[in-house]
Design a protein around this ligand. Structure first.
Ligand code: SDX
Length: 428
């Protein structure tokens, strides 16, 4: 394989280094391009531009492959737990028994949040979107734990900041939900495991069976694993670029939460259910909505369909679709929305518009159906995505710092006015 690329510009030709990754991905290193040629590259949406060399997650969009630190998503979803996957993503290897127990013990000691944070919860309008609350509350952790602001923390200091964020996120998410209902908040019970403790703080004191139902805990654990990381997506790239200014972890993750909120990204799981509800209210004509999605004059998109990288299938969607049937059956939930989703998928997968554009169900298409069956309201779905994505954001931020990445600052091509002279307002 050639180690160099040759770029011909006007009468000059330039040799540019080629980078080949461990999974044979290839890239042209243009870091010196402007110095040697005066040119930059342009790539709206970074569809063809690699920002980093990363060792955390590998995707193959054509083959529908997703691996965390070399382990396939199928194996991890089947055999691992979310907190074990969190350790794998952040520290690079699956923990042994002692490492996992120490990790769990540390997390269990930091699940409480400062009592003064309750004032933030009380200040939000009761129906304000949970993602806006989550972004604000996570950023406010930097106020309560100022040691996290140190731009060059020791390994021990950073480990503690990471532990606190993983631990307190479950408390913050569950308290946002309880406040939205006007329910009393429920404090962490550290004898419960990470996911069971989260479900207890969220659904506790309502129906005992929710807390001990292993089906619910297992379904939640699997969903969190499937959302844990996804290489350089919009919100992760946000976390990395905010962190590249030496901004603290809490504020960097807060920015990632805001990016994830968008309906084109993590907000899609909420938009999918709202779309399916609209189809149901409108008489369930899936064909009408498929045609709307294909109509260039209609801003409507088939939410939960399409992906920047996956051009065959999203392996997470396959796992979640199977889990849907499993979980709803075990919980005795008969949700007509599931059949509508399957019908919509069937129609789209046999429609040339979607086939030509390689649009398939993504992680958000079926996940909301399970969240609904577990008892979550629709506007909490993006928050659950953020809870799952947290270890990925942490791992990517940590890698960026360890690799001493420079502050992110893309260039541009200016297309505005050239020289103009100021004239007084009287003559404008
Ligand atoms: C996530 O990047 C990640 O890894 C993200 C994520 C993660 O884990 O972090 O996987 C999570 O964000 C999943 C995606 C959730 N979003 C949605 O489900 C929203 C609906 N999907 C789209 O808006 C869209 O598919 C994107 C945003 C996901 C991807 O958009 P791209 O890669 O910029 O593709 P595009 O907009 O250029 O679309 C290419 C063509 C266009 O048609 P033409 O102009 O070529 O005629 O496909 C069409 C688009 O109009 N198209 C759709 C469509 N998605 C793309 N048409 C109808 N419905 C859709 N959903």
């Amino acid at each position: 394989m050639s180690e160099k690329a040759i770029l011909q510009l006007e009468e000059n030709s330039y040799e540019l280094p080629v980078v080949i990754g461990t999974e044979a991905e290839k890239a042209i290193d243009i870091s010196k391009l402007r110095d040697v040629s005066g040119y930059i590259t342009l790539d709206s949406g970074y569809k063809n531009t690699g920002a980093v060399q990363s060792a955390i997650t590998f995707l193959d969009g054509e083959k529908g492959i997703l691996k965390y630190r070399g382990y396939s998503i199928e194996e991890l979803a089947e055999k691992s737990t979310f907190i074990e996957v969190a350790y794998l993503l952040v520290y690079g290897n699956l923990p042994n028994k002692d490492q996992l127990n120490a990790f769990l013990y540390q997390i269990s000691r930091h699940t409480l949040i400062h009592e003064d944070m309750k004032k933030f919860f009380d200040g939000f309008p009761s129906k304000s979107h949970p993602m806006g609350q989550l972004s604000s509350l996570v950023c406010s952790l930097s106020a309560f734990y100022p040691e996290s602001l140190h731009p060059h923390p020791t390994v021990e200091e950073l480990d503690l900041t990471i532990i606190k964020l993983l631990a307190k996120m479950t408390t913050i998410v569950s308290w946002i939900y309880k406040k939205s209902l006007g329910h009393p908040i429920i404090y962490p019970q550290n004898k419960l495991n990470y996911v069971a403790n989260f479900l207890n703080m969220t659904f506790g004191q309502r129906t005992e069976e929710v807390l001990i139902d292993p089906v619910v805990v297992s379904a939640m654990d699997k969903l969190l694993i499937l959302h844990a990381d996804h290489e350089q997506n919009c919100s992760t790239s946000t976390v990395r670029i905010v962190g590249s200014s030496e901004c603290n972890l809490y504020s960097s993750v807060s920015a990632g939460i805001s990016a994830l909120w968008g309906p084109l990204h993590g907000g899609a799981n909420q938009a999918v259910i709202e779309m399916l509800e609209q189809i149901k209210i409108g008489g369930g004509s899936a064909e009408k909505w498929i045609n709307k999605a294909k109509d260039k004059n209609d801003p409507f998109r088939l939410m939960g369909f399409g992906h920047r990288v996956y051009k065959n299938f999203d392996p997470r969607a396959k796992i979640i679709k199977k889990a849907c049937d499993d979980v709803l059956t075990k919980l005795g939930v008969n949700d007509p929305i599931l059949e509508m989703a399957k019908n919509l998928e069937e129609l789209a997968l046999n429609d040339s518009y979607f086939v030509e554009r390689k649009l398939y169900p993504n992680v958000d298409f079926y996940s909301g159906i399970i969240y609904r069956a577990l008892g979550f309201p629709t506007d909490m779905f993006p928050v659950l995505f953020a809870l799952g994505r947290l270890p990925g954001w942490i791992a990517q931020w940590k890698e960026m710092r360890e690799q001493k990445e420079p502050i992110g600052r893309p260039r541009q091509v200016y297309i505005g006015h050239t020289d103009r002279t100021y004239v007084p307002i009287a003559v404008r």
